[in-house]
Design a protein around this ligand. Structure first.
Ligand code: PRX
Length: 652
């Protein structure tokens, strides 16, 4: 039997103690949800959330697809993540921090409470931040980033974390879209043993069009010299000690926004995905408990950055809402060597480890035998996220890291879903390698054809969620029409618009779901989502570029790499070396978006394959990038001859 067909059953002793112990329990939960959807979710909301005031209605569908959950309820997410644990866990480690250079810090729940309260008071009293105000975070991976998020939650401010690898232009456009009042940043941080700077990026971002920003709070992390703007910039390190460590949590409505997180779509500029309070925190906590089966004395580590949804839900909100110990890591797992992650697992006796397939492939490639040097026996569950994992990476992870003992939970979800949607349950699901398996209990996922009917076994279809769920995106910030069109505008089931994820998937004869990747113009590089439209509009800023089309090309390490086809304005443009142009274009991308969106391949071509109505046929460009034979009918193109010319440019 081939490796991918083989079933890997949970360990009996593990299952016995797991929250969901077998597939019968799973089926029972699913049956309950199917028969009484509101009763099911209402039960969990009562069970898991420490409400200030109970909700009056579980699900309000009156203004679909703007669904509302647990309306009438009052709660505070920072109370759910901190205060309610103080009685039993005040001296338990909430966050274990390890910096790039090996510096360490343990923050107990009581310390977290005090730090978050001081931070909340600082924002409220000194910066006059009020409920509903937007705060942008441009932060490295340091505990203060988590304090800042939780402080916003405490006073009802809406945070919008911008990944520290985005450029000043990308930061500026997000600040403007959110109309942020305050930006929280750090002077800089450390990467591979060296300091790098963040505050200067904020300064550049704020030079133009960000009049909404009144104050900038700077955490002094690397203590490098920075420019301070009088009356605008304040030092966190100086102010924080002056604040009181008690700040009453704001009473928030279930549906008040908790945060915005910008993510790429297939068209236009990034979308400000808006999440709510109650539904989001409920599912963050439940999935944390079900997917990783974290126990009271466990130590859990997710290697994501807080700039992405994985960092939000599975470094901060999920682990803290369930009272777990979460590890926060500033560096890269290959520094000082490819054993860094395994060394940390040994040292902290990590029990659950959650990372991206790209990281696994890099660690495999750069340090195949590194894991053998460390004791990894504390590990119980391994997780992957963000992109499909290939069978060789799965096998190495399973055998060398998990010692053939730990189930691998391949978690499929999105910024928009708030939390896990499809993944194995470590104590229950017989796992097929590199397969997301089944929807979590309560999640109604189906693989459908465009007409809303189910695909047959083995046939590729579109991954849809047919019923609303508590942690779903509520809207796109300030753009409800785009929300409707982006997610509920393509597929209907029984005459009702349903959520379409943008992903393709296959269901096999046993009902197992395998994700095949995006079916729209979104590229997934190292588990990071990039819209082709966004990269193309950056490239178009180069003065010599007339037309551009960007596609994803399979990459053995990153999953996909960015491949750009460029038509110059003037064929006689003398650029000198093509390499020079490639460099210039990547500089434009780095300025407009950030280094993560740089192209791996840039080809200058005489034209793009377009239909007579002017639509660029990306499928042809994808096939050429892969070096595949063109199977599509090209006779309908405006200029069929251009295909051979492009192929010649790429091969040449
Ligand atoms: O294409 C899917 C891929 O990542 C996309 C979501 O990206 P983002 O919103 O940035 O969130 C990433 C972290 C959840 C999805 O549409 N994706 C995510 N998880 C998986 C995946 N593809 C395959 N397998 C997964 N486990």
């Amino acid at each position: 039997m081939s490796e991918t067909k083989k079933l890997y059953y949970p360990d009996r002793a593990f299952s016995k103690k797991a929250r969901i112990k077998n597939m019968c329990e799973y089926e029972d939960l699913m049956k309950w949800a199917k028969e009484d959807y509101e009763g099911y979710w209402g039960y969990w909301a009562n069970e898991k959330i420490d409400w200030f005031e109970p909700y009056s209605k579980v699900l309000d569908e009156s203004n679909a697809p703007f669904y509302k959950w647990f309306t009438g309820g009052k709660l505070n997410v920072s109370h759910q993540c901190i205060d309610r644990h103080l009685r039993l866990r005040k001296n338990k480690a909430a966050i274990i921090f390890e910096g790039d250079r090996g510096d360490k810090q343990t923050i107990t729940y009581l310390e977290l409470y005090r730090n978050v309260n001081r931070f909340a008071n600082l924002l409220k009293n000194r910066f006059d931040v009020k409920k509903g105000d937007r705060i942008v975070l441009y932060m490295p991976m340091i505990p203060e980033a988590a304090y800042a998020m939780l402080a916003c939650a405490r006073i009802g401010a809406i945070h919008s974390v911008v990944f520290g690898g985005f450029s000043s232009e990308a930061l500026r456009s997000r600040i403007i879209d959110a109309e942020a009042k305050v930006v929280i940043t750090a002077d800089g941080a450390f990467r591979k043993g060296k300091p790098y700077m963040l505050k200067p990026v904020v300064d550049t971002a704020l030079e133009e069009g960000c009049e909404c920003v009144e104050k900038v709070l700077v955490v002094q992390r690397n203590h490098e010299d920075i420019v301070w703007i009088e009356g605008r910039d304040y030092s966190y390190n100086e102010l924080i000690a002056l604040e009181d460590d008690e700040c009453a949590p704001e009473r928030m409505d279930s549906e008040d926004p908790l945060f915005l997180l910008y993510t790429s779509g297939s068209t236009g500029k990034p979308k400000g995905v808006q999440h709510s309070q109650a539904g989001y925190i409920l599912w963050a906590q439940m999935t944390m408990e079900w997917t990783f089966d974290v126990k009271e004395n466990d130590t859990y580590w997710c290697t994501a950055d807080i700039g992405w949804i994985t960092g939000h839900t599975y470094i901060v909100y999920g682990p803290l809402s369930m009272g777990a110990t979460t590890v926060m890591f500033e560096g890269v797992p290959t520094y000082p060597d490819a054993g860094r992650a395994w060394k940390m697992i040994e040292e902290y006796k990590i029990n659950q480890f959650y990372t991206a397939p790209t990281a696994i492939r890099v660690l495999h490639k750069t340090g195949e035998h590194e894991p053998e040097k460390y004791d990894l026996s504390s590990l119980k569950v391994l997780g992957t996220v963000g992109e499909p994992i290939d069978p060789p990476a799965w096998k190495w992870y399973y055998e060398k890291i998990g010692g053939r003992r730990c189930p691998i939970v391949d978690t499929w979800w999105q910024t928009e879903t708030g939390g896990h949607m499809i993944n194995p349950l470590p104590g229950a699901t017989p796992i097929k390698p590199a397969c997301a398996t089944f929807p979590l209990p309560g999640i109604m996922a189906e693989v459908l054809k465009r007409d809303g009917t189910p695909v047959s076994a083995g046939e590729q279809g579109l991954l849809c969620i047919t019923k609303p769920w508590p942690s779903m995106i509520r809207t796109i910030w300030q753009d409800p029409e785009r929300f409707k069109k982006s997610y509920f505008g393509e597929i209907e089931k029984d005459g009702k618009p349903i959520y379409f994820s943008g992903d393709g998937a296959i269901v096999d004869e046993d009902g197992y779901i395998t994700i095949t990747g995006r079916v729209d113009d979104v590229i997934n590089i190292s588990g990071h989502r990039m819209g082709t439209a966004e990269i193309e509009s950056a490239i178009k800023k180069h003065p010599h570029v007339a037309e551009v089309a960007v596609v994803g090309k399979p990459d053995p390490i990153k999953g996909e790499s960015i491949f750009a086809y460029i038509v110059l304005k003037n064929a006689d443009d003398t650029f000198g070396e093509e390499a020079e142009l490639v460099k210039e274009i990547n500089e434009v991308i780095a300025k407009e978006i950030g280094n993560i969106a740089k192209c791996d391949t840039i080809k200058i071509v005489p034209g793009l394959p377009k239909t007579r109505s002017g639509k660029v046929m990306r499928r042809i460009l994808r096939a050429i990038a892969k070096g595949e034979e063109i199977k599509q009918d090209i006779s309908t193109l405006e200029d069929p001859g251009v295909v051979a010319k492009i192929e010649a440019c790429v091969k040449g």
